[in-house]
Ligand binder design. Sequence first.
Ligand SMILES: [Mg+2]
Length: 109
Amino acid sequence: MEDLKKAVLRFRDERDWGQFHNAKDLALSLNLEAAELLENFQWKTSEEASETKMEEIKQEVADVMMYLLLFCDRLDIDLEEAVRSKLLINDKKYPVDKSFGNKTKYTEL
Ligand SMILES: [Mg+2]
């Protein structure tokens, strides 16, 4: 994760783009890239999209991850720690004994 983050920050810094990367525009860009990912599934089943659009899907996944890393860097968020903390929260919301094989939202469990 740290090597990946360094590579993304190097790419940004070689172009002096950090000056444009405020939190609002990075959050906006992250969402736009997520929408581009979603676009690959429009009017298709999941299977059709993965059979015909895998290269595009991979590229959009990469765009989402790069913006997420840039966003976290800008706000000094330790992404790994944030994910681990949220997993603990989700583990309480969705205990295995109530959630196993069950898609019900935690408010309804
Ligand atoms: Mg894109």
